[in-house]
Design a protein around this ligand. Structure first.
Ligand code: CP
Length: 317
């Protein structure tokens, strides 16, 4: 693996999953792989899990890390070509990415969708610019359209907890007070289908995801019908893709409740975190044995460590 921007960078998903499960059993198996190498974690947006799991994963591989919070510590970055830089953005990505790439062996970036202009977010300008101007491997820590490290951790968690070879996985939209990106939902759909699981997506009308993410999944507008017989229920809010970035509904009837979980096949509850209790999902579900949210977050270390292991091995070739 040269870089990790999306599932398209994964040439063999079963082999990557096998690697992850091996690393989970023995996290220090490759403790010397990253020695004398370093990674820069660049955050244009806040994080708890991604920031700490990336540092822990690097530590387990002997890799040093540095963190740059662009908002509070770095110069504001300009990404446009041919721009007259007379606003508040002091540094162009051309110089910033080249300089960072000259200091580090791997660069990981978090840059959320701005939810103002769909074409801009879906062009992945930030990731693509780093890919173009940074001379070392790039890792996506959540971009405008995807969160592949999260989706990989979710897949590891399902693999560890599934009771049948092809579980029924339901992605359900849930209400949220603020507009959120589609990145987590997009990646979850892609990875679950790449793993050949049975995916149903449920949401109110107007919240259809981009066609490439929906793929061959079943879309059901009635949440209770969708949950029938589910082995895994993944709740997530996202803003509208068609009416881009807009909150079209805050309907509390879409919250995941214990009553709804009773419709499932003793299904497990999943969410990427952070989660708004009693808005997205009620306490009773989150605090029950059915909840996998902590194992999912724990597996964020494994997903990053597996990706880093593959990138470091490729660098040694
Ligand atoms: N799920 C996730 O990416 O969490 P953070 O935003 O806290 O990193």
């Amino acid at each position: 693996m040269k870089s990790f921007l999306s599932i398209q960078d994964v040439s063999n998903l079963p082999a990557l999953l096998k690697d992850a499960l091996e690393i989970k059993k023995n996290p220090h198996l490759y403790a010397k792989l990253g020695q004398q190498k370093s990674m820069c974690l660049i955050f244009l947006n806040p994080s708890l899990r991604t920031r700490l799991s990336a540092q822990k994963a690097a530590f387990n591989l002997g890799l040093s890390t540095a963190v740059l919070d662009v908002g509070s510590q770095g110069w504001q970055l300009e990404f446009g070509d041919g721009i007259i830089m007379d606003s508040d953005k002091a540094e162009h990505i051309k110089e910033a990415a080249a300089v960072i790439g000259s200091y580090f062996d791997v660069v990981a970036i978090r840059a959320f969708a701005k939810l103002e202009d769909r074409n801009e977010d879906y062009s992945e300008q930030v990731m693509e610019s780093f890919k173009k101007y940074c001379p070392v491997p790039i890792i996506n820590m959540e971009s405008g359209t995807g969160h592949p490290l999260q989706a990989f951790a979710d897949l590891i968690t399902i693999e560890e907890n599934k009771m049948v070879a092809k579980p029924k996985v339901v992605l359900t939209w849930a209400p949220h007070p603020k507009p959120l990106p589609q990145a987590v939902a997009n990646s979850f759909c892609r990875w679950i289908q790449a793993a050949n699981f049975d995916l149903t997506i449920t949401h109110p009308k107007g919240y259809e995801l981009v066609d490439e993410a929906v793929g061959k999944a079943t879309v059901v507008y009635n949440q209770q019908n969708a949950l029938d017989g589910a082995d895994f229920v993944y709740a997530k809010n996202w803003s509208s893709y068609t009416n881009y970035g807009k909150v079209l509904s805050k309907d509390p009837d879409w919250m995941v409740t214990q009553e709804k979980m009773n419709l499932t096949n003793q299904g497990k509850f999943m969410h990427c975190l952070p989660v708004r209790r009693n808005v997205i999902v009620e306490d009773a579900v989150l605090d029950s044995d059915q909840s996998l949210v902590i194992p999912q977050a724990t597996n964020r270390v494994i997903s990053m460590q597996t990706v880093l292991k593959n990138i470091l091995e490729e660098m040694k070739k």
